[in-house]
Design a protein around this ligand. Sequence first.
Ligand code: URA
Length: 267
Amino acid sequence: MAMDHAPTPVSNVDLPALLRWHLDAGVDETIGDEPVNRYVALPAPVVQTSFATEQKPASIVIAPQPTSAHIAQNCKTLAELKAAVESYDGCALKAFATRTVFADGQANAKVMVIGEAPGEDEDRQGLPFVGVSGKLLDRMLASVGLDRATNTYITNIVFWRPPGNRKPTAEEIVLCMPFVQRQIEILDPAVILLVGGPSASTILANPQGITKLRGKWFEFESPGLSRPVPTMATFHPAYLLRSPNQKRLAWRDLLVFKQKLDSITTS
Ligand code: URA
């Protein structure tokens, strides 16, 4: 029940008693004399920003933040790029990580390996692939004469450990990608090996799963490269540790990869 006339205000009225009387009478809402259309947009509030002592409105200038693409484009060397990634605060992952994991290996390497994301060991040491799966990656590379101490360069598609080792989100990958792309351009490798599904689908810009993408040649192109770089994906070593029966396919990929590398570097 509603009452459409407010009681005439009277001083000396016992307001709690009056309220109880209304409630006892079944009055559970108040309605004014004039209808109110609440669907009409309210006028924008007028916000006046001024200093107490001055009449001039204060102007707040927010400088546009450079994007990762802008920052990356301005880097000419791997050392500059590493410093830029280390001081970049645009990716939320950084807030949870202990260290920035930029890369490991040789700056003149013909082989570039790109993994997914740093894990716990990598976060502690600041280097990619130094944990259990990294040890297997080292053995896989060694089986075809490759190693980070002499002829290989290793990085990931994101530079900070995702909390709890979850997969990096699309947004985190997109923010880091200009740095990865610039790393490829500056390193200018002869061939690229992508390890694991997220790395493969990101770098190849192809949403298919790793089972479909692995073992085939693709070409990675970028405006800063003088030519497309032959690129192959294979299984991630962490997956191979869980599914050792797939190692056979990974080793086959590596042999094909090495053949291509040899054909490029000896021609
Ligand atoms: N897995 C990755 O993909 N990268 C690392 O650096 C370590 C584990």
